[in-house]
Design a protein around this ligand. Sequence first.
Ligand code: HEC
Ligand code: HEC
Length: 426
Amino acid sequence: MKLSLKNALRFASAMAYLAVGSPFFAGAVESNDSAMKDAEPIVLGSDELTAGIPGAGPLTLAEIQVWLANAENHQPLSVQLPMGLDKAAANIQGLDKNPLTKAKIELGRQLYFDTRLSVDNTISCASCHDPGFGYAKNTQFGVGIQNLEGNRNSPVAYNRIVTGAQFWDGRAGSLEEQAVGPIANPIEMGNTHEQCVNKLKGIPGYVAQFEAIYPDGVTIDNVGRSLASFERVIVTGPSPFDYQERLENFESAFAAELEDLSALAEDDPDMFFQYAQLKKQVADFPMSESAKRGRVLFFDPKINCATCHSGANFADELYHNLGVGMDAKEPDLGRFVVTKEAKDKGGFKTPTLRNVELTAPYMHDGSQKTLLEVVEWYAKGGHPNPTLSDKVKKFEATEQDKEDLVQFMRALTGTFPKVCTDRLPE
Ligand code: HEC
Ligand code: HEC
């Protein structure tokens, strides 16, 4: 094998990760190969779509006009999901009716963080779906204008691009439809759509953007389209679980080749380097032994978590009754209120488990404070009631098993895109 100096260094550091060579080169494995990505499509979850119009402080009309004058910002984007969530690519929804453009996403970003959408300029979407709390909130219920509270916990606003119906009961058919709800909800933003639109019409920076993006300018539906576009690009990146899965899939697909690494280095250096890369990422973002045991339990049919928390976003997008809150005098009937079918009483939409450690408290009513409490709920078989899901089954678990399940869920935390929260039109 002939090696240039550059390849020799690459080789040595790869050897270090594969533990078959000198440990002195344990520095970064070169990432030349993965850096060679095409300009298009854009991988969601990267910072570039949510970083805001470049600059600092409130957005001036002049800055907005320069931004809008750039034709590139109006071109429909083709997008790709990051590693991990990419297995859900077939579930991407909504882009046909509402194509993503940088200008639309940026407008949605501003609206998302702007308290002027509320009646008294105090509440924005981010008040309840706060990037500092995993795009949810650490309160039991959403807290709106004048500290008014509803009876449901704020769900997360990320990875929405692979989802359809919104709300715990699925009553909104799309993100567009959902986004305009809170504005007019008396206990959330307390506004009317008409008043909201009028207020936006009084802010020249907004008027310029709506008029440049939509033929009909500032309308409540266009507010919804913009907010939905911003939400679709809040996508979370790989977690320790994803790196581990990828490595194990690679190892089982190429078991024969990986048997003799020295031979592989000579016969197929590309595969050899690729393997080293995957190993390095697992070493950088490790899954603990406890989390690995938890993974086995999570996918075990006796414990059954993966039946409902299925697919790459760990959510089947269906409604199930676990008995949460069903012991109340007048329980929240959830999906039943939408369908009026008796079987749907107490059914709620399965939430994603990605990044779930960031978004306590849990369940539609925020009644469970920790992930351990959630696991204990399942272990005892939920709360008995006539429409309890037959997929919720009591199971035997030691304290260690429960802790392992919790650690598995914590290994589902990935990276978030950087989002500019403070640059809003003057
Ligand atoms: C006062 C707190 C509050 C505010 C403000 C608020 N939300 Fe929510 N949001 C909630 C709660 C609570 C739910 C769940 C309600 C339900 O299911 O009935 C929810 C549900 C959602 C969902 C559905 C997620 C899912 O998993 O189905 C999305 C998306 C969302 N909100 C986005 C927004 C946007 C965009 C705004 C701003 C226009 C906003 N929210 C303003 C509290 C709030
Ligand atoms: C029958 C389908 C089903 C099964 C089985 C299931 N879940 Fe759930 N999970 C749900 C639904 C539905 C909710 C929301 C229920 C509610 O709020 O009333 C939920 C909520 C959760 C939450 C709270 C998330 C949040 O954001 O509030 C966690 C954590 C969770 N499940 C983990 C697990 C684990 C761990 C297992 C296995 C021990 C499991 N689930 C088994 C359907 C299921």
